[in-house]
Write a protein that binds this ligand. Structure first.
Ligand SMILES: [Zn+2]
Length: 319
């Protein structure tokens, strides 16, 4: 480029530009079924935007054409360049054409999906003190107590609304009624949606929270980083004043933060309504204020499942 050309300002968009950087390329290229997107002859029409490859190339492709010195995409007919005059020079800078914009959007969506999956994986690893509870999902429910599982599923469905009000569940009743399974299934379903939940029990939390300070990996406030806290097995037999006060601190911190809990316990309704000590009363009062009590006593899940198995077998054997 000579000196004179470089200092000449263009009068308008269509004249006085230096020679186009690219020759005009024939618009139509024969279709090549083997071609990848952006390769010459790629069958755009057959594939449509949705199936474009995520590889975005920024250069010139066969079929691209030039109008007024600016490169246009052969497929979407939108600009792939913009022009800037600066210091007496004309610059052509790349911009994404419509198909490249779409491809960028798809790439971003793909990355977001990947991030969401990684997040779910992280919550799954973080969220369960007892790893076997990761397997407790609605899909694996044995169908022994459909009414309760329906309630749990509704809790998941309405979680955002209930979360705002800090409302949880208190699942009480005898052993073998599937309380732990039900509570863990709720947590698993929410984790699948990318909502952080922690499923733990008081014994495990005490160990974590009362470890020597140097080795401690969790403080009570950390529990509030989880949208839902599932506390398995709130027991009656806590004569230890220290443990009693820890239970109160955990429940109270959650209560004051207005965050929901699901608590399971073998305590009966009578136990819950008539706490033997003042410390327990403070705990139960807070729980009952925020957690909807659901008695899971009337079905003995395991026995019923066994009975159902037997019925199936009897039917099969014609007994
Ligand atoms: Zn394009």
């Amino acid at each position: 480029m000579n000196e004179e050309k470089r200092t000449t300002q263009p009068k308008n968009n269509s004249v006085n530009y230096p020679a186009p950087i690219l020759e005009r390329i024939p618009y139509t290229v024969p279709i090549n079924p083997e071609a990848k997107p952006y390769e010459p002859g790629y069958d755009w029409a057959a594939h449509g935007y949705d199936e474009l490859d995520d590889n975005i190339e920024w250069g010139k492709h066969e079929g691209d054409f030039i109008i007024d010195g600016v490169l246009y995409c052969a497929h979407c007919h939108t600009r792939k360049q913009f022009v800037r005059d600066w210091n007496g020079k004309t610059f052509r800078l790349p911009i994404p054409c419509q198909c490249q914009k779409e491809a960028l959007k798809r790439q971003e969506a793909k990355q977001n999906r990947q991030k969401a999956l990684e997040k779910v994986q992280r919550y799954k690893e973080l969220g369960f003190a007892d790893k076997t509870l990761r397997e407790c999902t609605f899909a694996r429910d044995d169908g022994a107590s459909p009414r309760y599982m329906q309630i749990m599923q509704r809790y998941v469905e309405h979680f955002r609304e209930l979360e705002r009000k800090g409302q949880g569940l208190l699942l009480y009743g005898s052993c073998g009624s599937g309380k732990t399974f039900a509570a863990a299934a709720v947590a698993n379903a929410l984790i699948e949606q990318g909502i952080p939940c922690l499923v733990s029990n008081f014994t495990h939390l005490f160990e974590k929270l009362t470890a020597p300070r140097a080795q401690r990996t969790m403080e009570i406030e950390d529990l509030n980083r989880f949208n839902l806290l599932v506390l398995d097995d709130l027991a009656a037999e806590t004569d230890n004043k220290y443990i009693e006060s820890m239970i109160f601190q955990i429940i109270d911190s959650r209560y004051r933060a207005g965050l929901p809990m699901i608590i399971t316990t073998n305590l009966t309704k009578q136990d819950l309504l008539n706490p033997p000590t003042l410390a327990k009363k403070r705990v139960y009062d807070r729980i009952l204020e925020r957690c909807c009590p659901i008695e899971m006593n009337d079905t003995n899940r395991r026995a019923k499942a066994m009975q159902n198995n037997m019925l199936d077998m009897k039917k099969l054997l014609g007994i």
